[in-house]
Design a protein around this ligand. Structure first.
Ligand code: ATP
Ligand code: MG
Length: 247
């Protein structure tokens, strides 16, 4: 797989005033692969996404996409190269409708206003927000905001999509369609997915491979069943909050 990696993260490190949020993290992801990222609160999961997508410059290490070095590049440039992330806390433009919020994200794609609108509406419908398309983003309930955040990223037609807890705050019935959509993105669009998630049932169902972070370091990586039966992972994460290993 190593020679075929689409995304290659090598020796990534980031400290905040002496706190090693991320230390020497290596990860290679093949095209169309789905990698789940788990670990306790503060393990460095979001920091990894920030470093990979340009929100933070890494102190050490490199990030390459399809052989192109994107280390320390701006989020814009990285998005144009095909790699986009969702935010854990979604902040839509509140004075805009759902479809207008999505259009804004797709603007850098050179399209006529009409095409941009049609494209954005199609994305809004794909994430199940069709009935909300012309309502203000502020009117959306939590589950709707999560879908809008997903739509915002999909409008950019990412080759690699990084999802930061897109299921958090959703009740089980609301999670199912999102999980189906993520599986469909890989099947139909060939999208490569990295997803940070605390809901283990989702991690087990979707991941080809799981990366476990603990205190900024890679604790384990492997097939979902392999990783979740690893005593070190149970010790550092799974054993700690059994209530979270729910549906
Ligand atoms: N911008 C920042 N400035 C200072 N410290 C930060 C910053 N971002 C993250 N940290 C710290 O780095 C560590 C890793 O944080 P990070 O957000 O990456 O964890 P996480 O694994 O995403 O946790 P969670 O599951 O709670 O989302 C934490 O101790 C956090 O407080
Ligand atoms: Mg986080």
């Amino acid at each position: 797989m190593a020679a075929m990696s689409l995304l290659r993260i090598s020796g990534a490190g980031k400290s905040f005033r002496g706190l090693h949020a991320l230390s020497d993290v290596d990860l290679e992801v093949g095209e169309g692969e789905i990698v789940g990222i788990i670990g306790p609160n503060g393990a460095g999961k979001t920091t990894l996404f920030n470093v990979v997508c340009g929100a933070l410059k890494p102190d050490t290490g490199t990030v390459t996409l399809d052989g192109r070095d994107l280390t320390g590049a701006s989020p814009d440039r990285i998005a144009r190269a095909g790699m986009v992330r969702t935010f854990q806390l979604m902040r839509p433009f509140t004075s805009m409708t759902v479809v207008q919020n999505v259009s804004l994200a797709a603007q850098h794609r050179r399209m006529s206003a009409k095409r941009l609108y049609e494209h954005s509406l199609a994305v809004v419908e794909r994430v199940g927000l069709g009935p909300w398309a012309h309502r203000l983003a502020t009117e959306l309930p939590t589950a709707g905001l999560k879908r809008l955040e997903l739509a915002r990223t999909l409008a950019m037609r990412p080759r690699v999509l990084l999802l930061d807890e897109v299921l958090a705050g959703l009740v089980p019935a609301e999670r199912e369609p999102v999980l189906d959509l993520l599986a469909e993105l890989r099947e139909q669009d060939g999208t490569t997915l990295l997803f940070i998630e605390h809901i283990m049932a989702a991690v087990m169902r979707l991941s080809d491979r799981v990366l476990v972070l603990d205190q900024g370091r890679v604790l384990a990586t492997g097939a979902p069943e392999e990783v979740t039966s690893d005593p070190r992972v149970i010790d550092a994460y799974l054993g700690e909050e059994p209530a979270r290993v729910d549906s």
